[in-house]
Design a protein around this ligand. Structure first.
Ligand code: NDP
Length: 475
């Protein structure tokens, strides 16, 4: 293997302010309380900016602004709303490089991913839902589907701007107004999006962004003026929200955790499967709710596949996320790193065999090497719990029925992958796997036209595609 010279993307293109307020009613406003938190670059631990901490009074102000904007926005003809969404999509494309660098600085993900995956998908979501705004009467939800009102949206830190797009684009297309809370550790691209709303001349109050931590999210979802709640995050918080909303009139969609099986049959093209396994669990450092964190490999090819996988993992580059050659970036926070370490240690303690390629770790920042566990039993914590990091658990199977049994042996049901040459086997498997998305001979593919969502403890409701409109319409 030859070495690459460093190829860092310049950060000069982004202009990070030292301190940010809240974006309410089309204006930057200061929070009523004194609270602020710092957001850091997880690759260097450098403080990037100070961000306001919205309290209940601030959330109330944002919800009221959204409620005031709703009659105007919802009464606007769909074709007019579409113009704003198309404009936002085009501005995102124009500012894509800046937003990709900002996302990488705040989140730690490799620039190659924020530039080539996140940002194109963000723009595609706005383009896609812009196209629906004037066709809602033909979407299969009756001749005159109505928006719900104010949507309270809470998103996580793993795909900050992409999760914002998944939430805001369909909500606005359907005529709702929104208050969105980004995650505490990754607020910067949502705040940049606030500027994009101003640049697009979006009417004041249609989009409001309130920053803060869990309490801010709780204040938002529990606010009586919110008509619809959309949440992506952990199953634990999803449960809390479901409990607190039970019995209210609020409509709720939950996109929660996962423990996906990536299933490789002996007839699969091995080299392609190795790439799919790597993409499945090491993309975005494994901070992916639908990550293929359990590899189920047919016993007859397990040794060959593992050898090829380990060889491939030896070529992954971990380091500076702004370097265009980097494959594995930083772990998003010290808390997440501690969680990954704790579960990996539990894996060893329970008897699984741990392996990582030789891989220098930078001195500052939060890092975890790509890790593979073999000899994993279904009862091990690393086979049951969502690790949300670059850690793969390998199990084997002999028959398709056994593969289905093991794949479904989880409280989650978000995604699965099937690698086989036979179309009939793929369909046989797909009809038996309890997972919202089943990929065949690929993994972690996203498209705005395709619905995404879970079964069981992975949540309910669908985002994306025509189905994603339903969550924002009174149907
Ligand atoms: P959380 O579920 O805690 O966070 C998701 C979002 O919800 C954040 O914006 C968070 O705010 C907010 N939030 C936290 N508590 C509440 C509440 N009571 N009411 C309303 N909103 C709330 O996930 P974490 O970031 O803590 O990650 C923990 C674990 O969750 C990860 O290790 C991973 O396993 C899983 N996870 C799954 C994701 C998925 O896509 N399925 C995404 C992210 C995490 P804030 O972050 O500011 O505290």
């Amino acid at each position: 293997m030859f070495e690459y010279a460093p190829a860092p993307e310049s950060r000069d293109i982004v202009d990070i302010r030292p301190s940010y307020g809240l974006f309410i009613n089309g204006e930057w406003v200061e929070p009523q309380g004194e609270g602020r938190h710092k957001t850091v670059n997880p690759a260097t631990e450098e403080v990037l900016a100070e961000v306001a901490w919205a309290g209940e009074a601030d959330v109330d102000r944002a919800v009221q602004a959204a409620a005031k904007a709703f009659p105007v926005w919802s009464a606007m003809p769909g074709a007019e709303r579409a113009k704003y969404l198309f404009r936002i999509a085009r501005i995102i494309q124009e500012r894509a490089r800046e937003l990709a660098v900002l996302e990488t600085l705040d989140n730690g993900k490799p620039i190659r991913e924020s530039r080539d995956v996140d940002l194109p998908l963000v723009a595609a979501h706005f383009f896609y839902y812009a196209g629906w705004a004037d066709k809602l009467a033909h979407a299969g939800f009756g001749p005159d589907p109505r928006p719900l009102g104010v949507a309270g949206q809470v998103i996580p830190w793993n795909f900050p701007l992409l999760m914002l797009a998944w939430k805001i684009a369909p909500a606005l297309a359907c005529g709702n107004t929104v208050v969105l809370k980004p995650a505490e550790t990754t607020p910067l691209t949502a705040l940049a999006f606030a500027d994009i709303c101003r640049q697009a001349d979006l009417p004041p109050g249609v989009v409001n962004i309130v920053t803060g931590a869990g309490e801010t999210g709780a204040a938002l979802v529990n606010h009586p003026g919110v008509d619809k709640v959309a949440f992506t995050g952990s199953t634990e918080v999803g449960r809390l929200i479901a409990r607190s909303l039970a019995g209210t009139r609020k409509k709720l969609t939950l996109e929660l955790g996962g423990k996906a099986a990536n299933i490789v049959f002996e007839d699969a093209p091995l080299d392609q499967a190795v790439e799919g396994i790597v993409n499945g669990i090491f993309f975005n450092q494994g901070h992916v709710c639908c990550a293929g964190s359990r590899l189920l490999v047919q016993e007859s090819i397990a040794a060959d596949l593992l050898e090829a996988l380990k060889r491939r993992l030896g070529t992954l580059r971990l380091g500076d996320p702004l370097d265009k050659n980097t494959d594995i970036g930083a772990i998003n926070s010290a808390e997440q790193l501690a969680k990954i370490r704790e579960l990996s240690e539990a894996g060893e303690a329970e008897g699984a065999e741990r392996w990582s390629p030789a891989c220098p770790i930078p001195e500052r920042g939060y890092w975890f090497p790509p890790t593979v566990f073999t000899g994993v039993a279904q009862s091990h914590r690393i086979a049951r719990e969502e690790i949300f990091g670059p850690v793969l658990s390998v199990l084997t199977f002999r028959t398709p029925a056994e593969a289905v049994e093991k794949a479904n042996n989880t409280p989650y049901g978000l995604s699965a992958g099937v690698w086989t040459e036979k179309g009939s086997r793929m369909l046989w498997m797909a009809s038996r796997l309890r997972a919202g998305v089943v990929w065949s001979n690929t993994f972690n593919r996203f498209d705005p036209a395709s619905p995404f969502g879970g079964y069981k403890e992975s949540g309910y409701g669908r985002e994306g595609g025509r189905h994603g409109l339903e969550a924002y319409l009174a149907v």
